[in-house]
Design a protein around this ligand. Structure first.
Ligand code: GAL
Length: 672
C-alpha cells in the first residue's frame, strides 16, 4: 500500500527450512544453529505457528523467546524468513469466538485442535490477526536479520471453502460486485433450470450440500469468491506490514498435486517473489514429472522470474496413505530439479524432526536419528552444492514450449455433472506434460490469454473452460507459425460454465477443423484402439473432420470411425486435436512428432542414454548459461557439453558423463 515492494535479495541461492524452536529448549537452539551452519543453511522460516506463544492471552505480548531466537540466528549470519504468526488461531480466540470456526459443505463446523481453524471471511479473526501482525511488524520490521516476510502459511490449505453465515454474507457482497443486477446473476448461473431463480440477493447461500446435483455456475463462482477472499486476507496482512518494513513479502503457494482451491494466476502479482511448497506425491503415476510440472508452474506464476521453493521434504511426509522415504540421491535430484527450473531458494519442512504432535513422523533435515544418518549427510552435501552454484541465482530458464494451465478450467471440469467422473483436469495436464518431459523438452506454464509469441509449440490439455479471446490468442499464434495441440474436453464451456454450442471445442472449432458431436467416455479399465495401432483409454468422441487431416481414427470402442488425432493447417502453423487419452508411449510419440514439426528439441544432444530418464534444463544468466542434467535412471548417460561442471568441479570438453542417479550442472563456455 505504501512502501515500494523490494525484490527478494539473497546472496546466491537460499538454502533453508521451516524452524519451530517453540518445540525445543534454548540448549537445543544452540545445537541447531551450529548444525545449520555446518549444513550451510542461510534462510530460516520462523514464527509460522507462533501466535499462542507470542500472544499468550488477548492483547498480552511476549516476544522474549522470539527475540532470542532471531538474535541467535542473526549472530550466526542466518537470514530470517519471518512468519507473521497468524497461520493458526490460539485456543483463547476460538474459545471466546467460536463463530470464527470454519463450516464445511454439510453445514457442520470444524473445531480447533488441528490448524487453520478459521473462516477466511471472519472479521473477528481478521481483526485479531491484524493486531498481531502489527505488533510483529513493528518489532521486527527493520531487524537486520529479517530478509523476507512469510504471511500466514499455505493460505486455504484446509479452510479455503467456508460455508458459514459470515461467508455467505461476504459471498453475496462479492456477487453484487460481479453482477450488479440479480438478473445478470440468474443468467450467468442458468437458474431458469430447476426453478432456481433468485429474486433477492439474500436468498443466495454458499453451495451447501444438496440432495441432488447442485448448480455448477453457483459452485464455480463460489470457487472464485473463495480464492479472492483469501487473497483479500493476504492483502490485509500485507497492508499492515508495508508501512512498517521495506522487506519483501510473500506467502507459500501450494502448487502441488490435488490442491485446487486458489487461482494463483490472480494471486501471483501480489507476491514480491513467488514461493511454493511442493511434496512428492507417491500416489501419482509419475511423481518426478509432476515435480517438474509444479516447478515450471511456480516459475510461470512469476512470469519466468526466479522463485523460492519454500518447503519440500527430505523424505517421507505424514499425510499420504503410505509415507515412504526418498531413494539415495533423491534429495539432491529433487532439490536441484527445482533449481534447474528457476528456483533461487531451496527450503525444507522442517529443520529438526518433531518428537510430538501431528507431524512427528514427517521427515526433516535433521532426522530423529541425528547426524549419523544418510539424510543428514545428503543434506550437508546439498548445502555444499547450493553454495557452489550460487552464481546461478537470478538466471532464467530457456523454454520454447508453452502449456496453458487454468484453475478456472480445473474447477469447471471437476463439476459433479460431467460426462465421466474419471476425467480429472490435473490428470490431463500431467499426462500431456509428462509426454513433453519424457522427451526432455522444457515447458513454460502460462495462463489462458498469455502472450505466446516466444513459443514454437503450444500445449492445451483439457482446457474445458475457455473464453473466446483466450482461444483467439492460441489461434493467432498458430496462424503466425506455431504448432498447437488441443486435447479432449477443451473449449466446452465459457467463463459462465455455459456450453459452447455448434460442436464441441467451441471457440477452437475453426482452428482445429473438426466437428465433435458427442462425448463417449470409456469405462475405467477399458481401452480403445486407434487405426495406427496405438491404444487409448478414458475418453472418446464422435464427430468428423471439416478441414483437418485425420491422422488416426478410433478403430473400435464407442466412437469407432471418428477421428482420434487430427491436424489442421492454419495460417503458417498447424493445430492438432487429440480426442482421447493416449497411452503414455503413444502420447510421447505424438508430442515428438509435433516437436519435430515445430523445430523444438531438448536443450542438449544426448550421445548415450535414455532421454526419458534425464532432466535437462538450461538457465541463462547475463554472463553464462547453465546446463542442468539430472539422471533419474539406473544407467549412466553421456551428453554433448563443454564448460565447467560445478558439482564435481571438473572441466568438460565436448562430452559430459552423468552417472546414474546423479546431478551435473555445467557452466557453458559459449551461449548455447
Ligand atoms: C505443509 C505445511 C507445513 C507442514 C508440511 C508437511 O502443508 O505448510 O507446515 O505441515 O506441509 O508436509
Amino acid at each position: 500500500m505504501t512502501a515500494p515492494a523490494r525484490a527478494f535479495e539473497h546472496d546466491g541461492i537460499a538454502f533453508g527450512c521451516d524452524y519451530n524452536p517453540e518445540q525445543w529448549t534454548p540448549e537445543i537452539w544452540d545445537e541447531d544453529i551450529a548444525l545449520m551452519t555446518e549444513a550451510k543453511v542461510d534462510l530460516v522460516a520462523i514464527n509460522i505457528f507462533g501466535w499462542s506463544h507470542i500472544e499468550p492471552r488477548p492483547g498480552e505480548y511476549d516476544f522474549d523467546r522470539l527475540d532470542d531466537v532471531i538474535g541467535r540466528l542473526h549472530a550466526a549470519g542466518i537470514r530470517v524468513n519471518l512468519g507473521t504468526g497468524t497461520a493458526s488461531p490460539p485456543a483463547w480466540l476460538t474459545r471466546r469466538h467460536p463463530e470464527i470456526l470454519p463450516m464445511v459443505v454439510d453445514g457442520t463446523r470444524r473445531y480447533p485442535g488441528g490448524r487453520q481453524a478459521f473462516c477466511p471471511s471472519s472479521r473477528i479473526f481478521r481483526d485479531a490477526a491484524l493486531q498481531l501482525v502489527e505488533q510483529v511488524a513493528r518489532r521486527y520490521g527493520d531487524h537486520p536479520a529479517v530478509e523476507l516476510w512469510h504471511i500466514s502459511n499455505e493460505l486455504g490449505c484446509h479452510n479455503a471453502l467456508c460455508y458459514c453465515d459470515e461467508s455467505a454474507a461476504a459471498f453475496r457482497v462479492w456477487l453484487r460486485e460481479r453482477y450488479s443486477d440479480i438478473d445478470a446473476l440468474n443468467a450467468a448461473w442458468g437458474t431458469a433450470f430447476w426453478s432456481q431463480t433468485y429474486r433477492e440477493w439474500d436468498e443466495i447461500l454458499p453451495p451447501l450440500a444438496t440432495l441432488s446435483l447442485g448448480n455448477p455456475g453457483h459452485m464455480l463462482d463460489f470457487h472464485r469468491f473463495s480464492s479472492d477472499q483469501l487473497l483479500d486476507y493476504y492483502r490485509a496482512e500485507a497492508d499492515v506490514i508495508r508501512p512498517l518494513s521495506d522487506r519483501p513479502l510473500t506467502t507459500n503457494f501450494m502448487v502441488t498435486a490435488h490442491i485446487e482451491n486458489l487461482d494463483y494466476w490472480s494471486w501471483a502479482p501480489d507476491m514480491d517473489i513467488v514461493a511454493n511448497d511442493h511434496y512428492l506425491d507417491n500416489r501419482l503415476a509419475d511423481p518426478t514429472s509432476e515435480l517438474a510440472f509444479a516447478a515450471d508452474l511456480s516459475r510461470g506464476l512469476g512470469g519466468g522470474a526466479p522463485w523460492i521453493l519454500m518447503e519440500h521434504s527430505t523424505g517421507a511426509v505424514n499425510w499420504q496413505p503410505l509415507n515412504v522415504p526418498k531413494a539415495p540421491g533423491q534429495i539432491l535430484r529433487n532439490s536441484l530439479t527445482h533449481v534447474a527450473r528457476g528456483a533461487d531458494g531451496v527450503c525444507f519442512f522442517q529443520w529438526r524432526a518433531s518428537v510430538q504432535g501431528a507431524e512427528k513422523f514427517h521427515s526433516a533435515m535433521l532426522p530423529h536419528a541425528g547426524t549419523d544418518s544418510a539424510v543428514w549427510r545428503e543434506v550437508v552435501e546439498l548445502g555444499g552444492i547450493v553454495e557452489r552454484i550460487s552464481e546461478i541465482a537470478g538466471s532464467r530458464v530457456d523454454a520454447d514450449v508453452a502449456l496453458v494451465f487454468s484453475w478456472e478450467a480445473w474447477w469447471a471440469t471437476q463439476s459433479l455433472s460431467r460426462p465421466s467422473q474419471f476425467v480429472g483436469y490435473l490428470d490431463q495436464v500431467h499426462a500431456c506434460y509428462a509426454a513433453a518431459h519424457a522427451l526432455g523438452l522444457t515447458v513454460d506454464v502460462v495462463r489462458p490469454g498469455a502472450d505466446l509469441s516466444g513459443y514454437a509449440l503450444v500445449l492445451v490439455p483439457g482446457l474445458h473452460l475457455v473464453r473466446a479471446e483466450e482461444a483467439a490468442v492460441i489461434a493467432d499464434r498458430v496462424a503466425d507459425g506455431a504448432t498447437a495441440l488441443v486435447t479432449f474436453f477443451s473449449g466446452t464451456v465459457d467463463a459462465e460454465d455455459r456450453v459452447w454450442t455448434g460442436g464441441y471445442t467451441g471457440p477452437f472449432r475453426d482452428l482445429l477443423g473438426v466437428q465433435i458431436e458427442e462425448f463417449a467416455p470409456v469405462a475405467a479399465g477399458q481401452t480403445v484402439t486407434l487405426d495406427d495401432g496405438s491404444r487409448a483409454s478414458l475418453w472418446s468422441e464422435r464427430g468428423h473432420a471439416t478441414t483437418a487431416e485425420v491422422v488416426a481414427s478410433f478403430a473400435d470402442g464407442p466412437s469407432a470411425g471418428s477421428p482420434a488425432v487430427t491436424r489442421n493447417a492454419h495460417g503458417h502453423g498447424a493445430a492438432w486435436y487429440l480426442s482421447t487419452q493416449l497411452e503414455p508411449s503413444a502420447y510421447r510419440d505424438l508430442i515428438a512428432r509435433l516437436a519435430s514439426e515445430a523445430g523444438v528439441t531438448s536443450p542438449v544432444a544426448i550421445h548415450d542414454g535414455e532421454v526419458s530418464a534425464l532432466e535437462l534444463v538450461r538457465r541463462r544468466g547475463a554472463e553464462a548459461s547453465y546446463l542442468f542434467a539430472i539422471n533419474h535412471g539406473t544407467a549412466s548417460a553421456t551428453l554433448g557439453a563443454t564448460g565447467d561442471e560445478l558439482v564435481t568441479g571438473v572441466a568438460v570438453h565436448g562430452s559430459l558423463e552423468v552417472p546414474a542417479g546423479s546431478v551435473r550442472i555445467v557452466r557453458e563456455e559459449a551461449a548455447a
